[in-house]
Design a protein around this ligand. Structure first.
Ligand SMILES: [Zn+2]
Ligand SMILES: [Zn+2]
Length: 279
């Protein structure tokens, strides 16, 4: 895995376990399981013998200098004369420093626990990182999917209004052709010209959209106004399968397109120049 984890174990391999050479036969070193066992060596009658005991680490005569001391005083210091972990008697030099296999084992155990904890921590961090990345990917895909669905919906709506504008433009053209020459026909031709431009604009929005929403609502409103004007002039409407053309957009609420029901302005007030998209 990562270097952080491998370094403690390589350290461990590099540092030799000390004193294996010194205590070549550790099994022969006498061990004492309890303090009472050691105290039993130090009774008045055995004290001389005790003072000749050897250090469990270096093999020297460990308690030589105690021979002149009172056994009572030495017994009071029993805790410092042996290692309660491995049970060895220890000389002064090795009292605080000896190759205690029990301590080694304990250290080794702790080191393994630490390494395992570090390894576990790193593994968990990596898993969390992967999870976060997967979540972010899923979110990105969902967003892309939603965006694509929105664009498809917009395109459907643009096609819807463009289709109606084609019908309106061609019908207004027909009405203007059928009308008798005069002011009414001139107005119908003007309306047709405007419808035609709007129709081109709306179809362009299907193939090469410029607006960042569904439909060009301004253009659509101008088309509806043109259609209302043409109907008012001719007294005719477009029929679709026998039903009057419905200009309400199915995805909008009726109250949001009530401008469709507004009465047409007086013919004299119609200003067709404002009905044309800017070129
Ligand atoms: Zn020693
Ligand atoms: Zn020890």
């Amino acid at each position: 895995m990562s270097e952080q984890v491998s370094s403690p174990s390589s350290e461990q391999a590099a540092s030799p376990v000390p004193a294996t050479a010194e205590s070549s036969q550790p099994s022969k070193v006498q061990r004492y399981a309890t303090e009472a066992d050691v105290l039993a060596l130090m009774t008045n009658d055995k004290f001389k013998k005790f003072c000749k005991k050897k250090c469990g680490e270096c093999g020297c005569v460990a308690f030589k200098r105690f021979a002149k001391m009172s056994p009572l005083v030495v017994r009071a210091r029993v805790g410092s004369l042996w290692c309660q972990k491995c049970g060895r008697l220890l000389c002064e030099a090795h009292r605080n420093q000896h190759s205690c296999e029990m301590e080694m084992q304990e250290l080794e155990r702790r080191r393994r626990v630490d390494v395992d904890a570090i390894r576990e921590g790193i593994k968990r961090q990596e898993e969390e990182k992967e999870q976060r990345a997967a979540d972010a990917d899923a979110l990105k895909r969902a967003e892309a999917g939603a965006k694509a669905a929105r664009y498809r919906m917009w395109k459907d709506r643009r096609r819807h209004v463009a289709g109606i504008s084609s019908s309106v433009a061609s019908m207004v053209q027909r009405w203007s052709v059928q009308a008798e020459a005069g002011r009414k026909r001139d107005r119908l031709l003007d309306i047709y010209t405007s419808c035609n431009r709007i129709n081109l604009r709306l179809w362009n929005e299907v193939s090469q959209p410029e607006i960042l929403s569904d439909i060009d609502m301004d253009a659509w409103k101008r088309l509806c106004r043109n259609y209302a004007d043409a109907c008012a002039l001719t007294g005719m409407v477009i029929l679709v399968e026998g039903v009057e053309l419905d200009l309400r957009l199915p995805w909008l609420r009726d109250e949001d397109q009530d401008w469709l029901d507004a009465p047409p302005p007086d013919a004299n007030e119609v200003d067709l120049s404002t009905a044309d998209p800017p070129s």
